[in-house]
Design a protein around this ligand. Structure first.
Ligand code: HEC
Length: 122
């Protein structure tokens, strides 16, 4: 009986994995490769800001007097290193996003890579 159940589960597992294609990144996030080359402000950084920061740092919200809406505003926090240091939770700066979980490693790496690549408005 035990073997029947295991066999059944195996068959189920095999058939479901062979019948359709799934994005490996969605299925196994821990195995996914973090792509950080050719980072783009519009494609890579803006979505991060939109999702994690702008609720508090839009021009309207202006929390802590920090505005990160628009490239020029964001660039000023690149230049004084506060953007990266705050999301890396370095000492001497408020950890961001405030009162929320630290961003995942890949997201932080993407920001670091974009800055490394010149923090272009691309
Ligand atoms: C829930 C609101 C909230 C969110 C979300 C948030 N912040 Fe902040 N942020 C603040 C507040 C409030 C301050 C003022 C300092 C403090 O109170 O810790 C601040 C300060 C900062 C500062 C200045 C830190 C310093 O010590 O000089 C930076 C840079 C910053 N935030 C970046 C970000 C980034 C980048 C994100 C997104 C990853 C983010 N914040 C998300 C509320 C938020």
């Amino acid at each position: 009986m035990k073997y029947l159940v295991i066999g059944f589960m195996l068959a189920l597992g095999l058939s479901s994995s062979s019948c359709y294609y799934d994005n490996a990144e969605d299925l196994y996030p821990e195995l996914a490769v973090c792509v950080t080359d050719s980072m783009s402000y519009t494609e890579d950084i803006l979505p991060i800001l939109d999702f994690h920061c702008l609720s508090c740092h839009s021009t309207a919200a202006n929390q802590g007097g920090v505005i990160m809406e628009g490239y020029a505003a964001v660039k000023s926090y690149v230049d004084n290193e506060a953007f990266l240091k705050s999301i890396q939770h370095q000492s001497g700066i408020s950890p961001m996003p405030k009162n929320q979980d630290k961003l995942d490693d890949c997201t932080i790496k993407k920001v670091a890579a974009w800055i490394e690549q010149g923090a272009l408005d691309n």
